[in-house]
Design a protein around this ligand. Structure first.
Ligand SMILES: [Zn+2]
Length: 170
């Protein structure tokens, strides 16, 4: 580990100061006492700057730690987002759907397009079943998605043809 002004240095200054205090207590000569006091001040300011460097170094290490976490999170999200593709279950409604080949053990599902753009995976939940439309809710950002009566399947075709009230149920 690189620790040029770490806790070791700071505590070494502390030991020095204690030693000087002892000398000062024992010293009888005024001159020696004055010299020791002088040294004491020099060491004290040295300790102070070592302590400050130590704090700065700790802050840097904390920042590096946070950055590492952020990089790991971004990398994990890059892997997750590859599993989904943009999908339009109903004209004008956009979600991301899990790709067939990426499903694994998971059932088909949709995730929120808004949260996807924020780097988050939020699985849409069926909220209400209507006569014409079902409403799906994003539990994270609370966006509602109006979808014609379909299940989260990738192969559902968007009905853009002439209105046939039963066609979407097929
Ligand atoms: Zn969302």
């Amino acid at each position: 580990m690189v620790d040029p002004v770490g806790t070791g240095v700071v505590s070494a200054f502390g030991t020095l100061l204690k030693g000087l205090q002892t000398i000062k207590d024992l010293a009888v000569s005024v001159e020696i006492k004055a010299k020791v006091t002088e040294l004491y001040d020099v060491i004290l300011s040295g300790q102070q700057s070592a302590l400050e460097s130590n704090i700065k170094q700790q802050a840097l290490l904390d920042t590096i730690g946070q950055l590492k976490e952020e990089i790991a999170r971004v990398k994990a999200w890059e892997e997750t987002k590859k599993r989904y593709s943009l999908y339009e279950p109903t004209a004008g409604t956009f979600v991301y759907v899990i790709k067939e080949e990426s499903k694994g053990e998971e059932p088909s599902h949709w995730i929120c397009a808004n949260c996807y753009n924020e780097g988050k995976r939020s699985i849409l939940q069926l909220k209400t079943v209507g006569v014409e439309n079902n409403h799906y809710l994003c539990p994270l950002c609370k966006t509602e998605f109006k979808v014609r009566g379909t299940r989260p399947m990738q192969n559902v075709q968007v009905n853009r043809g002439p209105r046939n009230p039963n066609s979407w149920m097929a």
